[in-house]
Ligand binder design. Structure first.
Ligand SMILES: Nc1ncnc2c1ncn2[C@@H]1O[C@H](COP(=O)(O)OP(=O)(O)OP(=O)(O)O)[C@@H](O)[C@H]1O
Ligand SMILES: [Mg+2]
Length: 318
């Protein structure tokens, strides 16, 4: 496989205001994105996702390290011709309609005439904004503007999509539609690099992820290797569980809590599930649910990132 994006020890330091307060936004991040994969660039607010994306797309220059797009060192106008980019806070000229804006982006990418008109209609339809295609953008909602900007990123059939928080501002149906678009793009042979701070969104989509924290990559790799679906514990939910039974289960080392009149028992170790169930039934309780809790990307992030030491202070005056 060929790497479409190659990033090595990329860093970005900002100096803020007249005091020149130093902000180390990206601190030596490395990763690579292979052809035809969905790559999730994850991390909490302020962890450096947008700053990295701005360096890749040539909006700001790196302080150090190296990055290439289609083998061209960034910034590269040539490489960007093959990229559909959705910025974090897309700005669309307020007096244009989504159709005019998407057509303008298509024309800038070399589309003309009927092909341009057909392609514009197709992407407006695909992003669910065709019905408002003739309204000025200043009269659109946040999610509708986001959909128009996504349509513009798709219009020229780019080989690589770089999407900064593509689900931001969208309702649940909109989020599902964007997930479907990302999957469809991959099926059609294209590559998708997208950022999000919502780990569950990434878990349902990505082949590979990098999770940033405070400007550093703390988790990186193929999703199937990172999240193996190991059972962390089993939640046993009981109705009519007496105080005496709860005490007994606690004495046996289980954690318990009450939720809406039910008792939830956290059973650690699968070998203890049968015995605990028997004990609960003998104790007069009614079994409502037995559900294994599997490790998610969020658990992995908490384990690897939150537990890891951080640099203090994050920002220092120079
Ligand atoms: N132009 C700038 N000048 C100074 N500091 C900046 C600038 N741009 C970003 N930063 C700082 O860099 C850090 C990383 O910001 P960035 O926007 O890359 O985060 P992010 O991961 O995209 O967060 P979010 O999920 O909120 O979008 C933050 O501390 C931010 O304040
Ligand atoms: Mg961001």
């Amino acid at each position: 496989m060929t790497a479409l994006i190659e990033v090595e020890h990329l860093t970005k330091t900002f100096f803020l205001g007249i005091t020149r307060k130093r902000v180390d936004a990206v601190k030596g991040v490395s990763f690579s994105v292979q052809s035809n994969e969905i790559f999730g660039f994850l991390g909490p607010n302020g962890s450096g996702k947008t700053t990295t994306i701005k360096m890749l797309t040539g909006l700001i220059r790196p302080t150090g390290g190296r990055a290439t797009l289609f083998g061209h060192p960034v910034p590269s106008v040539e490489a960007m011709r093959r990229v559909g980019f959705l910025p974090e806070s897309p700005y669309i000229f307020p007096y244009l309609t989504p159709r005019e804006y998407v057509e303008m982006c298509g024309r800038l990418s070399g589309l003309r005439g009927q092909a341009l008109r057909d392609r514009t209609t197709a992407v407006l339809r695909r992003t669910g904004i065709e019905y408002a295609g003739e309204r000025p953008v200043r009269k659109l909602s946040k999610g509708m503007t986001q959909r128009s900007a996504l349509a513009a990123a798709l219009v020229a059939n780019p080989e690589l999509l770089v999407l900064d928080e593509p689900m931001s501002g969208l309702d649940p149906i909109g989020r599902k539609e964007v997930r479907d678009i990302i999957l469809e793009e991959r099926r059609e042979g294209r590559t998708v690099f997208f950022s999000t701070h919502i780990l569950a969104d990434a878990e349902s989509l990505c082949d590979r992820v990098t999770i940033l924290r405070e400007g550093r990559a703390v988790v990186s790799g193929p999703l199937r290797d990172l999240v193996r679906g190991d059972v962390l514990h089993t939640d046993l939910t009981l109705a009519q569980a007496s105080e005496a039974l709860e005490m007994k289960l606690r004495a046996a080392g289980h954690e318990t809590h009450r939720r809406a009149g039910l008792l939830v028992v956290e059973i650690r170790g699968q070998e203890r599930v049968n015995d605990t169930l028997l004990e609960a039934i003998r104790g007069g309780a009614q079994v409502v649910e037995v559900s294994p809790r599997r490790e998610t990307l969020e658990d992995l992030f908490v384990r690897r990132a939150i537990d890891a030491p951080t640099d203090e202070p994050r920002t220092t005056a120079e």
